[in-house]
Design a protein around this ligand. Structure first.
Ligand code: NAP
Length: 345
């Protein structure tokens, strides 16, 4: 079977590099186009990109000439990892030109007719694509999005609890890695020996996206799940891996064993990038830890630990996910696999 040809917008950045790494040898997709800013346009990728991953830059992308972020691009599918400032206009231009756009940026996530996907939780939200195409006059193109990288750590365990017992209110504190800010990101003078108690624009995302992800498609739009999230987001001195400390109130009583079982048994999907276990539950008291657990399921699993009854809420737990894999490029690749599996692409 011939592979779908994919293009990456923001290819030289932190998430763009992860796309190149994850798509090397992918059975369904091959990279044929890379695009970035004027700083990079016209240069071969190896020259334009400050490659920061442990694995070598894939041979297949080294000599691709970086293109501008305007259609047309020599590809069938577009992955976008652009800053929000340019993503809105650019992603719409590609969708209007007929490309499926699979986006990491925040600008379309909360729009009524745009799917905000975690395939294991809400693949039925794909039905929004047809509505979006009608609303926006897109012919074949469309936009789908994946969640904010911190939301990716706590939405899956909340989904497990919501399905089993109903989630009412939740208080969340995130401890987010420096790679979440892109490259070069946070200054070393600010983050070494320090914790930053503010990430611009992050708390509103953490407080709203999970309700859409866990919502139900009503035939026209998504009825959002009606629980409240209160969030504090911190930047911490960790390279990769966002941790979330969560306290949750449930609608119905549940024993500790029930809660653990609901998380452990939450079903995964059999797509190429799906991890064997979607939610890994660790019963060791000192886990999860970013350095030890971020690569569980090749970076595609969510690891949950410290599940305990809480004195004020019903339960507390700690959740961890790899922010540039499950929280960004890996999530987008999984979305593309889902779209192919459902014959939407
Ligand atoms: P990054 O490391 O700063 O990379 C940004 C990329 O966008 C680079 O390829 C850059 O190209 C390109 N770019 C910047 N300004 C541009 C412009 N005006 N025109 C064209 N291209 C431009 O950022 P990142 O961390 O990869 O994040 C990319 C997007 O993904 C953001 O929307 C971010 O919120 C989202 N996201 C990031 C993470 C994460 O963990 N890092 C997780 C989830 C979502 P040049 O190299 O040519 O400047």
């Amino acid at each position: 079977m011939s592979k779908y040809r994919v293009g990456i917008l923001g290819a030289t950045g932190t998430v763009g590099q992860r796309f190149c790494q994850l798509l090397e040898d992918h059975p369904q997709f091959e990279i044929t186009a890379l695009a970035a800013s004027d700083r990079s346009v016209g240069k071969p990728y190896f020259e334009a990109c400050p490659w920061k991953l442990k694995t070598k830059m894939p041979e297949g992308v080294r000599n691709i000439e970086v293109a501008p972020i305007t259609p047309p691009l020599d590809c069938d599918i577009v992955f976008s990892s652009l800053p929000s400032s340019v993503a809105r206009e650019t992603e719409e231009a590609f969708a209007r030109d007929g490309y499926p756009v699979i986006s990491n940026s925040s600008c379309y996530r909360m729009e009524e007719d745009v799917p905000l996907l975690i395939p294991e939780i809400n693949h039925e939200h794909l039905a929004l694509i047809e509505i979006q195409q009608q609303n926006r006059g897109f012919d074949r193109g469309f936009i789908v999005t994946n969640p904010n990288c911190a939301v990716m750590s706590f939405a899956p365990p909340l989904a497990a609890l919501d399905r089993a017992f109903g989630v009412r209110d939740t208080v969340i504190t995130t401890l987010q890695a420096v790679s979440g800010a892109g490259y070069p990101g946070v200054s070393s003078m600010d983050i070494i020996d320090n914790v930053l108690p503010y990430i611009a624009g992050e708390e509103p995302k953490a407080e709203t996206e999970a309700q859409k992800i866990l919502g139900e498609f009503n035939g026209r739009s998504i009825d959002k799940a009606d629980f409240t999230v209160s969030a504090h987001c911190f930047r911490v001195n960790v390279v990769d891996g966002h941790t979330a400390s969560v306290r949750v109130k449930l609608d119905r009583p549940a024993t500790l064993e029930d809660v653990i079982e609901a998380m452990k048994s939450f079903p995964g999907l059999g797509l190429y990038s799906s991890p064997e276990e979607f939610i890994v539950v660790s019963e060791e008291p000192s886990r999860p830890q970013p350095r030890l657990d971020r690569n569980n399921g090749d970076g595609m699993s969510i690891t949950v630990g410290r599940i305990l009854p809480d004195n004020i809420f019903d339960y507390g737990f700690v959740a961890l996910s790899h922010n540039t894999v499950r929280g960004a490029a890996g999530a987008a690749v999984l979305n593309a696999e889902l779209l192919v599996d459902r014959k939407i692409i």
